[in-house]
Design a binder for this molecule. Structure first.
Ligand SMILES: [Zn+2]
Length: 175
């Protein structure tokens, strides 16, 4: 993406998914950092535990929840796209991205999740992938973590390298 020169940096927002929250992916990024309440629940950083993380990173992550109309819009689009892997938390950050985009913010989602990336591209929302470099074309199976969203080159049922839960496997869709 070209630099967006001339726009106020106050309009730049980055939305963190649960993996970005768990990894503390908040350093060295400009703009406001935002996540949703549902992502916090999913990343198990509710309440005091979460605030400890935020202060350790030295930056605050704002918590915003999308308006219901945007949640409905994302649900509708997900159904149309046949995207069934999205959790309520995933939908909440996609809806938030859509809402902030319509409010003329410069929005990107920081995620490693394939389904989030896929739907974000349909919504016209920029994605900054972590762990992965975008969507891979030829992988038939993807191993992923249902808890933190990690995915990568491991066998199903091995412990997740991020959070230790047993990994799952799912077929990759062809983009
Ligand atoms: Zn995990």
């Amino acid at each position: 993406m070209p630099g967006g020169s001339g726009r106020s940096s106050g309009r730049r927002v980055r939305i963190l998914d649960s993996t970005a929250m768990i990894l503390g992916f908040t350093e060295s990024l400009g703009g406001r950092l935002i996540t949703s309440g549902k992502i916090l629940e999913e990343s198990k950083y509710g309440g005091a535990e979460y605030r400890a993380l935020a202060s350790r990173e030295g930056r605050m992550v704002e918590i915003m929840n999308p308006d219901q109309e945007y949640v409905e819009e994302v649900r509708r689009l997900a159904a149309e796209a046949g995207e069934k892997e999205l959790s309520e938390a995933d939908i909440s950050i996609l809806a938030l991205a859509l809402q902030l985009l319509k409010e003329k913010y410069e929005v990107s989602i920081i995620t490693s999740d394939y389904s989030i990336q896929n739907l974000a591209s349909l919504l016209g929302v920029e994605v900054e992938p972590i762990l992965h470099r975008g969507i891979k074309k030829v992988i038939i199976w993807a191993t992923y973590c249902g808890i933190c969203g990690w995915s990568g080159d491991k066998r199903p049922r091995e412990p997740c390298p991020v959070c230790g839960h047993p990994l799952k496997r799912r077929p990759m869709k062809k983009p």
